[in-house]
Every structure is written in C-alpha cells, then in structure tokens.
Design a protein around this ligand. Sequence first.
Ligand code: ZN
Length: 156
Amino acid sequence: MYLFGKTALTHAGEQLAELFFPVACALCGKRIGSALCEECAESVPVIISRENGIVSGFAYQDEKIRAVIHKLKFGGYQPLGVRLGELLADILTEHLFEEDGLVAHETIAVLPIPLSRKRHRTRGFNQSEKIAQGLIKRSPESYTVFKDVLYKVKDT
Ligand SMILES: [Zn+2]
C-alpha cells in the first residue's frame, strides 16, 4: 500500500486534468496549452527598472499583470508561474545580456523569496520557485537557482 501526500496527489490530479483539459491562458481563457498565450503575453507591459541595483521586468502596477499574479498566488495556477519565468528570462536576456552587455556565460544567481511554513502549507507551492523554474527552463545556461539561502524570519 502506498500513501501519497496531498502535494503528490494534487500534482497527479493536475497532470490528469491537463491531459483532458489543456492548460488555459490566465487572461483570455483560450485552451491552447499555455498558461499565458503569446497574444496576451505581448499585451503585458514590460518595464525595466534598475533602481538600487534591483532589476524588475514587469510593470507590477499594471492591471493585467496584477490579475496574472493574483491567479498565480491565490488561484493556485502553478503553470502560470513557470510561464512567467520563461517570459522574464526573455525580457532579461534582451535587456541584461544584450543591452547591458553582460556576456552569456555569466551566470545569474536566483534566490526565490521563501514563504512562511504556514503560507506554504495553505498555498501548496511557492510562486517564486515556480518563476525560477521558468527561468531555468528557458535559459539553463544563464541562471542558477539557490533555494534555502533566504529564510523567512517573520511571518508576513
Ligand atoms: Zn491569452
């Protein structure tokens, strides 16, 4: 007899669901096997901010990107996190590697922001880790993900 944890069962259920109901775009709902279709991805504004040495790729105040983030965090739509990571990899490749002249063999360290244990238990996944998975999936030569480097010391 095998016992599966809730996460394993959830993952198996998701794979089964994707077999019968291909992944739908989080914004337009088209079932085309992508969590954010090309058309919608292109409609999400990109803002490259370099304030205080921190680079962000999306315009987080924009209502479309807010809707996407909400579906990822509170809708539990995990494929969306990986898709956002892929898009972020494309944005960073264009702006960091091509415009800022970083050479392709320089590896960027990615530190997913941890969740509190309680939040991780209720959400079932860490959205930062999903986005990091997308970065690695798209550009494995450019990024190295370091989990367990940052620790949550205060439950926020
Ligand atoms: Zn779409």
